[in-house]
Design a protein. Structure first.
Length: 354
């Protein structure tokens, strides 16, 4: 077992005692950091940055040099899987992701290959191996994937969407076709995450960013069912240590019990959820990650500290909480503010762990 100097993130996910509440930030590597923008410019474009293991490692480590974070997250994107399936991913300047080919017909679904993670996605595994080496056991490395539903929204719509018109037409007109697609994507995600774990990821997270666009029954059927399948298919122990799995559905506050019942180790919460209520509901089964509104990082240092104190008080005593934002950090937050946030969590949480 590789020794970790700081393992409080892994311990909190497994609800083992810690000295203070661990913290990382969703999208902690990104455009709010001037050094990220410089490295991205050096790479040329976003996908070139992802494909270059040394530069992907560099941007993964950048936020850790500035802030006292308890985990690193692989620098990559959820859309690497559809890209590896041959859909042709591109990111125009200042635009969202776009695919050359969308998946709208039965033949398109049937012809989709399941990518071999050590072939078409080997650049991701190389980034994982490089980052693990360069982290030198300081903090654990988180691997990740999108959920089958969230990935499929991009694949069917051909890019970002607000109304999800095409995929919802497919869902209500040809549900079996959508199930076929989701199942294929779920199989791809299982292979991809297990390869990340074998390459060195010490925990994994599944981002279901668009699950909140679904109606209740459809969430269970078209999103959660496939995340459950992934949880069942994952390697849960590696290098002598448990590999915790976190599920995050943005807008999933009404489905916390169902999420906790998948057998995952932790549930990520957006900022609409009250942490005390969530703890009461599912805190005996899983750890909780979250959940400050990312926009609070626009506020004054005093306000940020107050908000951190309130969220810590909501969770109360004991382990099982990983502090985070309720969604990704915004591009235009002042770079000093994440330090106020991270330090406040560490300082103010100590009494809750005595
Ligand atoms: O211009 C740039 O530099 C690209 C911006 C960017 C970044 C920094 C994109 C394009 N992806 C990423 C990295 C990324 N994406 C990470 C690793 C960085 C880190 O966390 O430190 C992760 C975990 C993701 C995950 C991701 N990509 C999600 C799920 C998490 C979430 O925020 O909800 C989603 C939905 C995507 C798709 C995507 N990739 C990029 C953009 C701008 C988007 C969103 C598009 C949309 O709104 O539909």
């Amino acid at each position: 077992m590789t020794i970790l100097k700081n393992d409080r993130y892994l311990k909190a996910l497994l609800r083992e005692p810690v000295d203070m509440t661990p913290v990382w930030m969703m999208r902690q590597a990104g455009r709010y950091l001037p050094e990220y923008k410089a490295t991205r410019a050096e790479a040329g474009d976003f996908m070139s940055l992802c494909r270059n293991a040394d530069l992907a490692c560099e941007v993964t480590l950048q936020p850790l040099r500035r802030y006292d974070l308890d985990a690193a997250i692989l620098f990559s994107d959820i859309l690497t899987i559809p890209d590896a399936m041959g859909l042709g991913l591109s990111f125009g300047p200042g635009e969202g992701p776009k695919f050359t080919h969308s998946v709208e017909t039965k033949s398109a679904v049937e012809n989709l290959p399941i990518p071999d993670p050590e072939q078409e996605l080997q650049y991701v595994m190389n980034a994982v191996r490089t980052i693990r080496r360069e982290l030198k056991g300081e903090v654990p490395l988180i691997g990740f994937s999108g959920s089958p539903w969230t990935l499929s929204t991009y694949m069917v719509e051909g890019g970002s969407s607000k109304a999800f018109t095409k995929i919802k037409k497919m869902m209500y007109r040809e549900p079996q076709l959508l199930h076929q697609l989701l199942d294929k994507v779920a199989d791809s995600v299982i292979l991809y995450l297990n390869a990340q774990i074998k390459a060195g990821a010490q925990a994994v997270m599944i981002f279901d960013t668009w699950g909140g666009a679904l109606a209740h029954r459809e969430y269970l059927d078209f999103s959660l069912q496939y995340m459950h399948k992934i949880v069942d298919g994952l390697i849960r122990e590696n290098d002598g240590r448990k590999v915790p799995v976190t599920l995050f559905t943005k807008g999933g506050g009404l489905w916390l019990e169902a999420m906790a019942n998948t057998g995952c180790d932790a549930v990520g919460l957006d900022w609409t959820v009250n942490l005390a209520q969530a703890k009461q509901l599912i805190g005996h089964k899983v750890a909780l990650q979250g959940n400050m509104d990312p926009s609070v990082l626009y506020a004054s240092p005093e306000y940020i500290q107050q908000e951190v104190k309130s969220i810590l008080a909501d969770f109360g005593h004991g382990t099982g909480h990983v502090f985070n934002l309720g969604h990704g950090i915004h591009q235009d937050v002042p770079v000093e503010n994440p330090r106020v946030f991270v330090d406040a969590i560490h300082n103010f949480s100590k009494p809750y762990h005595k």
